[in-house]
Design a binder for this molecule. Sequence first.
Ligand code: ADP
Length: 402
Amino acid sequence: MNVLVINCGSSSLKYQLLNMQDESVLAIGLAERIGIEGSQLKHETLGKQKIVLQKPMPNHKEAIKIVLEVLTDKELGVIASLDEIQAVGHRVVHGGEKFASSVLITEEVIEAMEECIELAPLHNPPNIIGIRACQELMPNVPMVGVFDTAFHQTMPEYSYIYPLPYELYKELGIRKYGFHGTSHKYVSQRLGEITGQDIKKMKIVSCHLGNGASLAAIQNGQSMDTSMGLTPLEGLAMGTRSGNLDPAIITFLMEKKNLSIDEVNNLMNKESGVLGISGVSSDFRDIEDAVKQGNKRAQLALDKYYFIVRKYIGSYAAAMGGLDAVIFTAGLGENSPDARATICEGLEFLGIEIDPVKNNVRGKETLISKEGTKVQVYLIPTNEELMIARDTEIIVKDLTKA
Ligand code: ADP
């Protein structure tokens, strides 16, 4: 079965076409600047070439149309016709409490996604637009929705409830939902596949450290706590997000700096985190370079970031009553030996000890802890697209059986 995976942002669209027989990627690409001037498509076919197509893409439907044309193009294409796409898997950011797993997309499912818009006003609308556009262009192809929040729906009530008046949870749905669920699920399952261990019997902390970052405590193969919350702003300091703060800072700032709701939201989401502390960049590569040149604020940003991640690992070990494995994934987690080593410093008391030689690796599945230590520490590159394609295949296969 060939599965097309679509990840639609407000002005971009990432896609992959996978052959699920051997899980190979046939083509991968990114449409950028949709709806604005200068739109372009970067497309790469397995074993063939990379191309950049400059074409007007006034909306997502036009962008998807161009993607489908390229996929079936006589020269550049990897399939002869659209009949060779048997299913489409869509990444959807917020499924609220309605979706604890991936689902076949129906009109009712789209309505439920629309009800979650107020929880993810920037993300769910483009996700839904992408689904509608694909439905119009491929009306007979089954579509599956895969939610970033779904994996975390197993969190116990005491984990997801906020200490606010309970009525606010009932009235407005204010609770912890968590994100990056597809990634946390993928890397924890992959740990089981690589090592042959039954992850249902393990206590795992998964560290997704990218531009956005979150940790998950995974017990019995299920998420029991995660650092992001109602929105992706909670938890770790990130590239530009503040993560956890004293909530009183928000009203204090609004008063002292005369900030509006939008301005304070912007400050917390776009101007804070390691960018805010360092004043250098939101990209950890730039921060690491600045540190090498002796930039003290860049060092402070890294120290703060690592300190927070280290504290979360310790608190999740306490939350689960033990720890068997730590997984590092996403941009920083996969590519920075320094980040992994520094985060784990001082965690020897938990049984975490990094082997500096094994840790000197990027982007490759590797056991990086010292031999014989209590906690296995792994680098496992994430693959959200593959996870989406796997869920899509399972659901669509079930459909044809029924
Ligand atoms: P996104 O959240 O956008 O999907 P990624 O998982 O791709 O992010 O992570 C991007 C981040 O990873 C970059 O902002 C950068 O800080 C970090 N990163 C990527 N490569 C490296 C590297 N070689 N060394 C240090 N940090 C890196």
